[in-house]
Design a protein around this ligand. Sequence first.
Ligand code: E4P
Length: 231
Amino acid sequence: MDIFLDTANLEEIEQAVSWGVLDGVTTNPTLLPKEMERTGKGPREILEEICRIVDGPVSAEVVSTDAEGMFREGLELAEIHENIVVKIPMTPEGMRATKRLRQEGIAVNVTLIFSPSQALLAAKAGAAFVSPFVGRIDDVSGDGMELVSQIVQIFDNYGVEAEVLAASLRHPRHVVEAALVGADIATMPFSVLQKLFHHPLTDVGLEKFLADWEKAGRPEIRTPPSPSESR
Ligand code: E4P
């Protein structure tokens, strides 16, 4: 399963890339303004920088609600970098725009998916990615992961090529469950990615190894000198 960050924060993206664990990024109209405020940069500049930092798909969302507007915005966003994936909301107008963008060879991530039927329609319209929102379904007492599981099964049944991008993940358990049900990608906030590293037994184990090495007088691990060097 690929790991994406759901953020526009350039420092967070840089850090995740340095760990060697990041496959892509998703942004949205809530996340980009936060980074604009933090850095004073414009949305285009931020998206360009994200594409420079991460070598993988970077979702950028349209804000028009009519098909023509979404299509035009999509063309502009796609011009920023070849890795930009245009994020389009799951509406009939959105599917019209998806179909047209696909015809132009532009990858689309259909967002705000809350039912298997929406995912099926998005894939039919030509989406490269579909994004079920797990946490927001859990928030209203539903079962977000069950939705991801159903979409994975339906896509498997028919060999649908669109990738299932589990979104709105709120904690490490969500990430593990997304992997267990076969999501292709999990996108998560930086705080969730950080939590994935931690296990108390790792901390305890490391502390003990270091203490034991200290007790042994910190022996040197060095290649012994060759006979010619020691003469
Ligand atoms: C996905 O692409 C969305 O940007 C995101 O996962 C939404 O998450 P939220 O429900 O935590 O806002």
